[in-house]
Design a protein around this ligand. Structure first.
Ligand code: ZN
Length: 413
């Protein structure tokens, strides 16, 4: 299943001050850039895909003989190759490098978190020591993480480094499951115990309409001035301002939701289930009203924040194909019909419920059936009444499904 790689990656980007002269570092960055350019030029002229081994054979010894270390050489040809690859796949021109920037492998630098220094191994056995200009707090966060690659840049007279860290996570053993259903105007979240009892139901409103209105407005303006809006300063500025405001609204909102979800998930020790958006794209779940491209963009952002905040706290995140989750009866599996506003009813067994709540329960069921060795038969759910307010609904224990907890152990590893 996707989304289960138990690793978190994060970059620490900070300004860095060379101790003593920066001549050698600048010289290194220039050599590095020029070497990447030479390799780019050659790969471009060869005009076919090259394997790692082939790249190595073509460029390694030349690069090393100009004074680069073994891993510098490797980084250079891999980077050059990736530049050519992406230029070609975009139908672009041959890349021309201007900026001074180098990717450096973990074998060619030493990071000292205690003293906040970075020692770089440069060409021809030169070394340079850099002081990281950042707060201790930002650095402390990465203690115990493992660092791998760094990027060093020279920009407007200053050196910048990005250190990439990763950390393996050991997911917390879940006691409950939190299923999250993203919608046009709300996010519905249900927490269920491993034996199928609903313990919490919550709904957040989204600022989606606000965003949509701005987007539609922008599109209309762009259409009206279709060929000229880029060149009319006032129009372009207004569009940029609205675009920025939209981005801020959606990021602010996503961060808030990510935090809230993570807090709840910690309190209930939940494994988090999200809809797999790649599958959603194919399913056409939201019907005509749903502006697909726009919706996905917003959903992705929310999911990104939820994933980020929860993984950071060592919680497990699982993505499930949402196909059928808002159209099938969670009790008998028949197709549901829409009764009235948001309420769905099963004609076969009489089950009724809020559409979004049903979606979360179906997500939960899919998760359970995938992760339990003996399968789950006849999940009798204590679904809330259709007119009940989902915020903080307490589960009704009478209808709790009968299921031996031992069945569920298989996914706790
Ligand atoms: Zn039914």
């Amino acid at each position: 299943m996707r989304g289960e790689e138990p690793v978190v990656v994060e970059a620490l980007k900070t300004r860095a001050l060379p101790e003593g002269s920066c001549d050698k570092l600048l010289e290194f960055l220039r050599l590095y850039r020029d070497a990447v350019q030479i390799v780019v030029d050659r790969i471009w002229s060869i005009n076919k895909k090259l394997s790692r081994r082939k790249l190595h054979r073509l460029f390694y010894s030349d690069l090393v003989s100009t004074g680069f270390r073994a891993h510098h050489a490797k980084e250079i040809y891999i980077y050059a190759n990736s530049l050519v690859d992406s230029a070609r796949s975009n139908g672009g021109r041959k890349p021309v490098l201007r900026r001074l920037s180098a990717r450096i492998d973990k074998y060619d630098y030493r990071l000292d978190l205690d003293n906040m220094t970075l020692t770089l191994k440069l060409h021809s056995d030169h070394e340079v020591k850099l002081k990281l200009v950042t707060s201790r707090d930002r650095v402390e966060k990465f203690r115990g993480w493992s660092n791998y690659e760094i990027v060093v840049k020279y920009e407007d007279g200053e050196f910048w480094v990005s250190v990439y860290f990763r950390r393996a996570i050991k997911p917390v053993k879940p006691r409950t499951v939190m299923a999250i259903d993203l919608n046009f105007d709300n996010i519905t979240l249900a927490i269920l115990t491993l034996d199928g009892r609903l313990v919490k139901l919550k709904r957040f409103k989204t600022p989606y309409r606000k965003i949509l209105t701005r987007r539609i407005w922008i599109e209309r303006i762009q259409k009206k001035y279709s060929s000229s809006w880029r060149f009319i300063r006032g129009v372009r500025r207004t569009i940029e301002r609205h675009g920025e405001r939209t981005r801020n609204i959606s990021w602010d909102y996503s961060h808030k939701v990510g935090d809230l979800v993570a807090e709840l998930a910690i309190r209930y020790r939940s494994a988090i289930i999200l809809e797999d958006l790649e599958k959603l794209r194919e399913n056409n779940k939201r019907g005509k009203r749903f502006n697909k491209k726009l919706g996905l963009w917003f959903y992705r952002r929310i999911q990104f924040c939820i994933e980020y905040e929860t993984r950071e706290r060592d919680l497990e995140v699982i993505k499930i194909n949402p196909k059928g989750t808002s159209s099938k009866c969670p009790r008998c599996g028949s197709k549901l019909i829409e009764n009235e506003n948001r309420v769905l009813r099963c004609r076969k067994c009489g089950f009724t419920g809020d559409r979004d709540v049903i979606a979360t329960i179906n997500l939960y069921k899919k998760y359970v059936s995938k992760h339990s060795r003996c399968g789950v038969s006849g999940v009798a759910l204590n679904a809330p009444k259709p007119n009940e307010n989902p915020s903080g609904v307490q589960g009704n224990r009478d209808e709790a499904m009968k299921n031996t907890p031992s069945c569920m152990n298989s996914y706790e590893s």
